[in-house]
Design a protein around this ligand. Structure first.
Ligand code: PLP
Length: 401
């Protein structure tokens, strides 16, 4: 008998299952609205031109090698990544109250945060938004946390349930970890207003909650890095202890290079050496030291003025294409007088739209039209192109009638 004989089949990871179904589908009109990865208007993955340039430069540089990076990661990458998050002149940086750790994507940054918060600080409870990116719960569960939710989505109004959110955060116990989506909330595409962020921040301070901002989409909401960093910078301005998990998967298109950064901001600099040493112990047992390629690309671009400007242009290209598709999808639904109010499609921001389609409607879109989207009704706007937007709109129209 095999020791594996009682291993049961795990439930499929929905978003990857959708891609598999899409790949196996023979309908030439099929559309993949599942995975959160940028696509061009031809529906193709996009290597940012600035990334290609940085890679050519790296390939020609014979001084580079494949030695291990330091446990905390590449210093140039970490400091420049922290600067685009907080802004070059942020007080936390000039007062040396920040530290950062290269991680395997945003996922790795979150997993490292969970390890430190659980193992070193002894925190046990995490609050995530309802709904949230599915992996938040899994990551913190596997680090031994118990998972609680705060209200976020008001389904009736397709908007933020701010009073519900505040009530739940106000009732959270001291030292609960609160995961906040720094910008472009996944899956709803609905963010708090600046004033609402201020209230959220004050509540976290008053109730002694530990803030972990998940910042996976800086640049993707507005097309502007500074504007999209509002929440992260506002919280850091308050001189509080906090973490930010940063991902370069989306805004650099470095999905398979696993490039992320866990930024630590502290009230005062005195405990940073101890924090650093403990964080390195956590890293050592999880991945020991991080991979080079993606971090080198990011560091190369961020430390070269011309590349940096080019990158900002590339981000704008992506953000603008998404906004254009929101408008075209909305216009198409309006032109067909599709039942319901669809203004949320243009109001929501970032990569996703939370359509409000029910599970049955999603199922119909899948089976009848071969349009693949999450059962929650979330669609990735990146999967929509000038060519398929009319088809997608027609399917939505049919599904809700
Ligand atoms: N956080 C959120 C909200 C996300 O949507 C994602 C990716 O989809 C991530 C974190 C992690 O991204 P990655 O690990 O690919 O960098």
């Amino acid at each position: 008998d095999s020791v594996f004989k009682n291993v049961e089949m795990a439930p499929p990871i929905q978003v990857f299952q959708l891609t598999k179904m899409y790949n196996e589908c023979s309908n030439e009109n099929k559309v993949n609205l599942g995975v959160g990865a940028y696509r061009t208007d031809e529906g193709k993955p996009w290597v940012l031109p600035v990334v290609r340039e940085a890679e050519s430069q790296m390939a020609a540089d014979l001084t580079l090698n494949h030695e291990y990076l330091p446990v905390a990661g590449m210093p140039d990458f970490r400091t420049s990544a922290t600067k685009i998050l907080l802004g070059t002149n942020h007080a936390a940086i000039s007062e040396n109250r920040t530290e950062s750790f290269q991680a395997l994507g945003g996922t790795g940054a979150l997993r490292l945060a969970a390890a430190f918060l659980g193992n070193v600080l002894g925190f046990k409870v995490v609050y995530v938004s309802n709904p949230t990116w599915g992996n938040h719960k899994g990551i913190f569960k596997s680090a031994g946390f118990s998972i609680k939710e705060y209200r976020y989505w008001d389904n009736a109004n397709r908007s933020l349930d701010f009073s519900g959110m505040m009530e739940d955060l106000s009732n959270a116990p001291e030292n609960a970890v609160v995961i906040l989506h720094g910008v472009a909330h996944n899956p709803t595409g609905v963010d708090p207003t600046p004033d609402q962020w201020k209230t959220i921040c004050q509540t976290c301070i008053d109730k002694k909650l530990f803030v972990l901002i998940d910042c996976a989409y800086q640049g993707f909401a507005s097309g502007d890095l500074d504007q999209d960093a509002f929440a992260s910078r506002y919280f850091a301005d308050q001189r509080m202890d906090m973490f930010v998990a940063q991902s370069f998967s989306k805004n650099f298109g470095l999905y398979n290079e696993r490039t992320g950064n866990l930024v630590v901001v502290t009230k005062d600099a005195s405990k940073l050496p101890e924090i650093r040493s403990q964080m390195e112990i956590q890293i050592r047992v999880i991945w020991s030291n991080p991979p080079n390629h993606g971090a080198r690309i990011v560091a190369t671009v961020l430390n070269n003025k011309a590349y940096y400007e080019q990158w900002k242009g590339d981000i704008l290209t992506m953000a603008n294409r998404i906004k254009k598709m929101r408008q075209e999808l909305y216009d198409a639904l309006r032109d067909m007088s599709t039942p319901g109010n669809w203004s949320h499609i243009t109001k929501q921001i970032g990569m996703f739209s939370y359509t409000g389609l029910s599970e049955e409607q999603v199922e119909l879109m899948k089976t009848k039209y071969n349009i693949y989207l999450l059962s929650s009704g979330r669609i990735s706007m990146c999967g929509i192109t000038s060519k398929n937007v009319a088809y997608v709109a027609k399917a939505i129209d049919a599904a809700v009638r």
